[in-house]
Design a protein around this ligand. Sequence first.
Ligand SMILES: Cc1cc2nc3c(=O)[nH]c(=O)nc-3n(C[C@H](O)[C@H](O)[C@H](O)COP(=O)(O)OP(=O)(O)OC[C@H]3O[C@@H](n4cnc5c(N)ncnc54)[C@H](O)[C@@H]3O)c2cc1C
Length: 827
Amino acid sequence: MPTKQSTNSPGSPPAQAQVVIVGGGVIGCSVAYHLTKLGWKDVLLLERKELTSGTTWHAAGLIVTPSESELAVEISTYTRELIKSLEAETGQPTGFKEIGYLQLACTPEWLEERRRMAVGARRLGVNYQEISPTEVKEMWPLADTSDVIAGFYTPEDGRANPVDFTMALAKGARMGGVTIFENTEVIGISQKDGRVTGVVTDKGEIEAEFVVNCAGLWGRELGKLAGVNVPLQAAEHYYLLTQPIEGVHPDLPIIEDFGRYSYFREEVGGLLVGFFEPIAAPWGMDGIPKDFAFGEINPDWDRMMPYIEIATERVPVLKDAGIHKFFCGPESFTPDGGPILGEAPELKNFFVAAGLNSLGILQGGGVGKIMAQWIVDGYCPVESHHIDIARCFRFQGTQKFLTDRTVETLGMQYQLIYPNTSKQTARNVRRTAIHEQLAKAGAFFSEGMGWEIPDWYAPTGVEAKVEEYTWKRQNWFEYLAAEHKACREDVILMDVTSMSKFLVQGREAENALNNICANDVAVPVGKVVYTQWLNERGGMEADLTVTRLAEDKYFIVSAGDFYTHDLMWLKKHIPYDAHAFVTDVTSGYTLMNIQGPKSRELVSRLTTADVSKEAFPYMTAQFIDINYAVVQTMRVTYEGELGFELYVPTEFSAHVYESVVEAGQGLGLKHAGFQALNSLRIEKAYREYGHDMDNLDTPLEAGLGWAVKFDKPGGFIGRDALLRHKESGPLKYRMVQFLLEDPEPMLYGNEIIYRDGKIVGYLQTGTYGFTLGGSMGMGFVEGDDGEGATTEYINSGKYEIDIADERYPAKASLHPMYDPKNERVRS
Ligand SMILES: Cc1cc2nc3c(=O)[nH]c(=O)nc-3n(C[C@H](O)[C@H](O)[C@H](O)COP(=O)(O)OP(=O)(O)OC[C@H]3O[C@@H](n4cnc5c(N)ncnc54)[C@H](O)[C@@H]3O)c2cc1C
């Protein structure tokens, strides 16, 4: 229970503040604290009831740092160190106890997963030790270790008191100048011309330059007041507290037992047993009760009993232990399990920091620091893709979607997430116009952005089904090999409709886009331009193609994941009074990709147009007839072959699809899915934004400097910063393509890169390269301190890739290993 102290400021809230933070949980207090560290003092924090009264007060307080994600390790390690130092700074204890953290691996699959993760975590400075079952037993004599294969131990981790930690942040914030008002509810958000101007409270209006939504479970409702989509949903979240148990002492390390969906730690001489059940229960679908404060939910014993029984098998004394309390409280979860942070795409200066997926205490410090920097500097200081609110879609905010998806997201924390797994809930949300035809052709679908995405195709007569997820080759490996081969030797048909598609039209479209694009789009009509969009620091915000359809008309195609972000970026950077207008046409087209050396022959069977190399060159676009349809067609490739992308008006989709399939007879036409796309593009070293590179990388490090036109008239956003970067000496790191010499092992991304025995980076992506005959990956290689990542340095190294603690020799190249001279794509 909270150790209550008054933090409320006297009197009424002021009529204005530079920043208003809504919500006094761990996140709101951390954002406030960190703003003061950056020198911002005119900050007002408003809390509806009392500080910590939302979710924060009842958290279990696990402060555990290992993760496969670099960003997650950075955030949680920062929090842990902050928790340790806050008492000295504020005089308020945080209750941190360094009792250590122990994860159990009880199956060979979990062992491999942990070992794969361990190398990455250690590279990031986490002291992540593999220990034997005997050592686990010595640490935790009450645990049944008969099925334990290994333990993974982090001695520096532990637990904190969430209320005390939050109070320490609040105290630090006040010491830095923040004003806190409890019992003050925000009931409206004011805005003008697309920018937030303040809040309306039950005690009056407050003007503000920035408003930060840290309202936890209430974050979705608060977002709605501002017209902002914050797709999060509360769910029941449980732990059980026992009476004191003999042998349980305060120094017992925390155990996490993924296979039993549970964690264990000491609490007042007894055990706290927490649960991440695989099938969860969303809560508060009719809205969070108005007066909910320091609230609890009636536990659903029937639903949870099987999980309690499974947990009891790990610590058998639990059977006889008296239960002090079975606690259920709500916590908010998001569609992909990542937090929702950043500036709302819908409303300038309205920031969100909510949806912490049961990690709000652990991530609270780091999230507060990131948010404060984001607000002050106007950009995300870390890799943004997995945390940015701009990755969310409006449909994800519907109650039906959130109710269905939340069942799955809580349990994901303890699931073994194999490569290529996909969400199982809230499926069939977005289907392309030829979905049924693809299903008949044997497609196995995965989910992405709500789309049913064809992943791979089963051969005729074989059910499209994953027999078993594993780290090794899966049952569909040979099907994938056949799709890949067909693209390299014959021709494939791929439905990539999930790509985002926008039109920019108007007299000033060229100027507006040339300011946003690093490449030059002042090109003749019909030309396709590959370009990045940069931020003011020269980092990449998008990677896409811009096609000039007319003097005053451009067609933009970017990855589906970045739909909201890219649309927002366009709208934000085209001047309000410019004669240039953005239209989203994503749903208007089915995008059929015809790729492979026989693609020209196939397309020419369907059209009267001349599609020869001379008449329809690489990186150009034309409207051509495809039987009865008129189709915008581009000669581009992401597979590294001769190919044509058909942007088919949606209502012509079935007709064009049938036409393509018929014309493909005798040419070896095969359907191919996104797995093939990945395998083909990595062989050709084509980068994927959001996976291989992100907002912190520049085109120079990514090896895309050739697509930057420094000298074009008028310049472009980020030019000066990029130029300074270019002239500042050798690059510190560079993107390199790798091919394992041994054809057997599988790469999936995140594996560590060694150069001459020294860690120099990790793979951003990995897949199997069927043409080159081995697993391949792309990753940034850090240069050495003196000379940087020069070509000579990269080329002179001897490389190995670490897979689950075993190293495999690899070839490395700065140039695509497949078709380095681009002969095939230009053929
Ligand atoms: C059983 C359980 C165990 C957990 N264990 C852990 C753990 O071990 N480690 C960990 O890291 N995390 C854990 N968590 C998760 C953690 O508690 C949350 O992620 C975290 O507390 C979220 O903090 P918050 O500030 O976003 O939300 P909250 O604490 O809910 O704060 C939001 C605040 O906003 C206020 N508010 C809402 N609307 C308004 C409005 N209109 N005007 C003014 N104020 C408003 C609310 O009153 C509330 O106080 C656990 C959660 C549960 C349920």
